[in-house]
Design a protein around this ligand. Structure first.
Ligand SMILES: Nc1ncnc2c1ncn2[C@@H]1O[C@H](COP(=O)(O)OP(=O)(O)O)[C@@H](O)[C@H]1O
Ligand SMILES: [Mg+2]
Length: 542
């Protein structure tokens, strides 16, 4: 790729030339530097067609206009309503028609960036498709690039093959900050909303809005300000809540309220200790000391024994944001859409960092990647490849907490050393943990455990999972209420005796899970350690 320094070629436009690295204050500096460098590289290396998939048209326009200015090339925009126009100039007559616009574009001899808004839809037409390809061919030797933008780009394969996709990410906190300040100042001026936020809190406000496109972030902030009627610390939680609602609607990543910590989890002592220890790696002191930031765990094991709960608890323990990636929702009937959605979700996760990215029942997304021949396998394999690359390359700040009910159906690449920091196996709770489970869930329902014989309850509930113990309390409360009595050990024992636990009905399945885990996973609960053989080197020291 030629990396021609900007300003050294002959300029058809007559615009002032820039020296490499020279500051160009007149060009504006709203767009992030690294994005501008990336784009400049594409244009300088003679990419005739660039695609940018985004709904943030004004940010794209700003970015391209700043890049064009810094490079000393002309910037043209086109839309079906305005036609083709040079930046700051009037539209060229009759160029609203897409084909006519391309014909005019072919006649322009400037080194230039041409932004064609929402142009993908016209490329389906034979003549337009052909013209775009011809133009692309003739642009290959010059710094002339056509940029096609749109919220959802689907191009004919002939054009797609020629196009370089440019990933236009959501704004980070630094980019949002000026807009946040402006919105606050505006609210104070126009609506006389009192403000009591210092610089640090305003910066936090901008961070809380990360994950939303610029205009949406500003709208969200304005709405929260108007609703609250003042700009104080409560505004920080308001915008966070509003952002979670928006992300939920989008359906890519569900920002979940942190509702659990390890105080809500009985047992799983080894997993809990592992997570607690890794917290120090997240502090500046820990990093300075050389602690590797943790990347992710996979929690597998017997059903309804607290895998999902534990994954959520990691966020509570570290005070990280929590977002769930619904593996099932990734699949889309359009080829390419699923990968795009997945890439967007991972990018969003990075933006929201520090974040615990929770993928529940991860086998649902990737199981068919290992199956080989069925229709889904190809897509599943590509998603898996994206996932593995991300797991390998991502910078710290996003911790992956994945759970799986059926780990043996996961593709082996995913379980290879180095992908997850650790694989934990959650087994049925043993007697002391069952005692804790009764105490915990009784307390959650406003009952003091001192009034119950926890030992007897734990002994009677051999083979019960956490959820089944919780359920026995829920049913016991109904029984007690209908008999106009208080909940008692006796009622609970009767509930337990009347229940057939999953471990009996699914004994074979559980035995197979345990067998699988023996050599591949670390027990999440240290109490059950004796029953495991560890792989060479022993369990991870905690
Ligand atoms: N170890 C545990 N500690 C506390 N509660 C538990 C535990 N295991 C299960 N539960 C209860 O059962 C519910 C279901 O557990 P969940 O985490 O969804 O199980 P899994 O993901 O393993 O299938 C939890 O929300 C919690 O109320
Ligand atoms: Mg679960």
């Amino acid at each position: 790729m030629s990396n021609q320094p900007f300003g050294t070629s002959s300029l058809g436009s007559g615009l002032p030339q820039q020296r490499i690295g020279a500051a160009a204050p007149q060009c504006g500096n709203k767009a992030p530097r690294e994005k501008k460098d990336e784009l400049r590289l594409l244009v300088n290396s003679h990419h005739p067609l660039i695609t940018i998939e985004t709904s943030e048209e004004s940010r794209v326009e700003e970015l391209l206009s700043e890049v064009a200015c810094e490079m000393g090339v002309v910037f043209y925009t086109w839309s079906v309503t305005t036609g083709l126009a040079r930046s700051g100039g009037s539209p060229i007559y009759h160029t609203g028609d897409p084909e006519q616009a391309l014909a005019n574009l072919a006649l322009l001899k400037d080194e230039a960036i041409f932004l064609l808004k929402d142009f993908a839809r016209y490329c389906e037409q034979d003549r337009i498709c052909r013209r775009v390809r011809e133009l692309a061919e003739s642009f290959r030797t010059a710094r002339r690039s056509i940029v096609i933008s749109g919220a959802s780009l689907r191009l004919p394969p002939e054009i797609e093959a020629d196009a370089a996709p440019f990933y236009f990410s959501l704004p980070d906190a630094n980019e949002l900050l000026p807009a946040v300040k402006e919105a606050l100042a505006d609210a104070s001026r126009t609506n006389r909303i009192p403000l009591s936020l210092d610089a640090a809190l305003i910066a936090q406000l901008a961070r809380n809005l990360v994950g939303l496109p610029l205009e949406e972030a500003v709208r969200t902030l304005e709405m929260c300000l108007l609703k609250r009627g003042r700009g104080d610390t409560s505004l920080l939680t308001d915008v966070l809540e509003a952002k979670r609602r928006t992300l939920r609607q989008e359906g890519l990543l569900e920002a979940v309220r942190r509702d659990a910590s390890f105080n809500d989890v009985a047992g799983l002592a080894r997993l809990r200790e592992w997570v607690r220890k890794r917290k120090s790696a997240l502090t500046p002191e820990g990093r300075e000391f050389g602690l590797e930031p943790p990347k992710g765990v996979l929690i597998t094991g017997v059903q309804v024994c607290g895998k999902s709960l534990a994954a959520r608890a990691v966020a509570g323990e570290w005070a990280y944001e929590l977002a769930r990636l619904d593996a099932g929702s990734l699949y889309d009937k359009f080829i390419g859409e699923s990968e795009r959605k997945f890439r967007q979700a991972l990018e969003l996760a990075q933006k929201l960092s520090p974040l615990v990215l929770w993928i529940d029942e991860i086998e649902k997304a990737f199981a068919s990647a290992s199956a080989g021949s069925d229709a889904d396998a190809g897509l599943s394999q590509r998603l898996l490849a994206t996932m593995l690359t991300w797991m390998q390359d991502r910078v710290s700040g996003v911790f992956l907490a994945a759970t799986s009910n059926n780990i043996s159906s996961l593709p082996p690449e995913m379980l290879r050393k180095g992908r997850f920091d650790e694989i934990f196996f959650v087994d049925l709770p043993n007697e002391p943990v069952r005692e804790l489970l009764f105490a915990l869930h009784l307390k959650k329902r406003g009952r003091e455990s001192a009034g119950f014989d926890l030992k007897q309850l734990a002994q009677t509930s051999e083979g019960f999972s956490g959820a089944e113990i919780e359920q026995s309390i829920v049913s016991g409360l109904y029984t007690a209420f209908s008999q106009k009595r208080q909940l008692s050990t006796e009622i609970l024992v009767a509930e337990i005796r009347g229940t057939q636990p999953l471990s009996v009905t699914r004994a074979e399945e559980i035995a197979a899970l345990r067998e699988w885990a023996k050599s591949r996973a670390v027990p999440a609960d240290s109490v059950a350690l004796e029953s495991y053989r560890f792989p060479a080197g022993g369990p991870t020291a905690c």
